[in-house]
Structures are given as structure tokens and as C-alpha cells.
Design a binder for this molecule. Structure first.
Ligand SMILES: [Fe+2]
Length: 286
């Protein structure tokens, strides 16, 4: 690619928060090990990453407000609340990278607690308003799910999540939020209060998958469109393979220096697209 631009210097630190010990099964079996708390800054972008029971949560820090991307479990709320208190700015956005249970079971409660609006892809927004149900990954690709669950630490569904009826992200879930929904997040949507961040529609793993991109900083929040159990990899768990390959090609055209994945540690530094593991079964990179 020609015309490569210089991305601003990245600063990485560890927020001064007490974190529970990581799951022993993830320590033992996950190739890259469990993720930790991390704050990454460049230009005017700042992301605080918080490991959760089933997925990573990421807080986007704006000048006067915060946005929280993905809350897999209500059991994650104590650490998330500690992080929000430490950041000491109002939480105005709660965003779902997609509506799989492991990314969204805790979203509604945290949005209600903070009076934040829930931001969703138009397909997820429509289903949350009572429209058509969302497709899930095919049964064939679900065979890939179980070992990644082990890498996640084989978490049992938390009692806090069972108590709320598993009403988000499962095939039977109604996905009805009690918190206020923001208008659907269109392609290119800018997030009010978070300068530089915009929404990318990246279908494939899920039809309703979004990424959040900060062009100046070269930061990309990916949900499950990218993950890091094995050093940073494309996700073979797919709802729509052709759409996913288009999303891959689109993302590869972006200049980035940090991926904030839905699972596993952040992937930081240069040449990220070349470092990613390809989809299994494909000759080389797509
Ligand atoms: Fe997912």
C-alpha cells in the first residue's frame, strides 16, 4: 500500500485497579494466556480494556464522557464500575459489538445504572425493537466454539446472568433492553462526545457486527471480528463467510497500530495485518 502515514506514538499503561485472579484454565490452556487490564493512548484516543468473565470490555475515553463496548456478564460489573469511577467521567454510551450472549448479557444493567444510551447495529436495533430475530453462526462452525470457551477459562454462566433470565444473545432471547436505545448506528456513524471514533459495519462473524475505528490513532475495537487466543487471529466462527471475507479485506485496508479484540489481550504494534493468523483452511491470507 502506498502513502503509508505515520501513526502517533502509543502509550501503554496498567490502570491502578484491583483485578480478580484470572481463570486457572485460561492460564493453563490459552495459547497467549489470559488478558489483563490495560490502558492504551495515542493522539486524543484513549481505551481502557477490562477482562470479563466471557469477553473483553473496552472503555473509550472522550474529553467529557465515556463509552463502554460490550459487557458479557453482570458478574463483570464490579470491576467495570471500579474502572468507570477511576476514569471519573459520565458514561453516556453503552455499545454492543454484536448480540452474542458472551458480549451483551451485562449491557442493559450498566446502561440503566448510568442513564447511558445503548448503541446497536441497525439489525440488532431492529430485533431489540421487536423485529426479526438475528441469525447465529451455523451449527458446523459451532464445533469451533468449545475449545475457545476453554481458552476463555471455561466460565460457567454466572448466577447474576441466570437470575435475569438470559434474555440477551441466546437463540431464544428477546433482546429487549430496558435502557434507552440510541438511534441505530449506521455505517460511518460518529459517536457524540468521542471525537475521532466512528462505526464500521463488519458482517461475517455476525450479521450485526460492528467495529469502532479511530483513524488518527490507528485504533480498532473489533468485538469478535478479530480475537486473540493465539496471538491475534481472524475468527473462523462465522454466520456469513462471504461477508466476513469482504470485512477482512476492508479492515486490512486500514492503517492501525492497536486491535482491541473481543477475546484475549490487545494486539499492539506495527504490521498487525501481516501478524494475524489466517482463517484455517485457506491458503495464505484472504
Ligand atoms: Fe460472537
Amino acid at each position: 500500500m502506498s502513502g503509508k502515514k505515520m501513526l502517533p506514538t502509543m502509550r501503554v499503561s496498567i490502570p491502578p485497579l484491583a483485578m480478580p485472579p484470572p481463570p486457572s484454565l485460561a492460564l493453563r490452556f490459552c495459547p497467549v494466556g489470559p488478558p489483563g487490564l490495560e490502558q492504551v493512548e495515542a493522539a486524543d484516543a484513549c481505551v481502557v480494556s477490562i477482562p470479563g468473565r466471557y469477553c473483553m470490555s473496552h472503555v473509550l475515553v472522550g474529553p467529557d464522557c465515556l463509552a463502554l463496548v460490550d459487557v458479557g456478564s453482570n458478574a463483570d460489573l464490579p470491576l467495570i464500575e471500579a474502572a468507570l469511577a477511576w476514569l471519573d467521567k459520565p458514561l453516556t454510551w453503552v455499545l454492543a459489538s454484536h448480540l452474542h450472549f458472551d458480549h451483551c448479557l451485562g449491557l442493559d444493567r450498566v446502561a440503566i445504572q448510568h442513564g447511558a444510551r445503548v448503541g446497536l447495529h441497525p439489525l440488532a436495533h431492529a430485533t431489540a425493537m421487536g423485529g426479526d430475530k438475528l441469525r447465529g453462526p451455523g451449527l458446523w462452525s459451532l464445533r469451533l466454539f468449545w475449545h475457545t470457551w476453554l481458552w476463555q477459562g471455561a466460565p460457567l454462566i454466572a448466577s447474576e446472568d441466570r437470575a435475569e433470565g438470559l434474555r440477551f444473545g441466546f437463540p431464544w432471547s428477546a433482546n429487549r433492553f430496558s435502557a434507552e436505545l440510541a438511534p441505530a448506528l449506521r455505517e460511518g456513524h460518529a459517536l457524540a462526545g468521542l471525537p475521532g471514533w466512528r462505526v464500521l459495519h463488519t458482517p461475517g462473524h455476525a450479521d450485526e457486527a460492528i467495529c469502532l475505528f479511530h483513524e488518527e490513532a490507528g485504533f480498532l475495537i473489533t468485538g469478535d471480528t478479530l480475537r486473540n487466543f493465539r496471538g491475534g487471529e481472524w475468527n473462523p466462527l462465522l454466520t456469513d463467510g462471504r461477508a466476513y471475507r469482504r470485512s477482512m479485506a476492508r479492515l486490512e485496508s486500514l492503517e492501525i497500530q492497536a486491535v482491541f479484540p473481543g477475546h484475549g489481550p490487545n494486539v499492539l504494534g506495527g504490521s498487525i495485518w501481516r501478524r494475524l493468523r489466517p482463517l484455517p483452511g485457506l491458503a495464505g491470507r484472504v
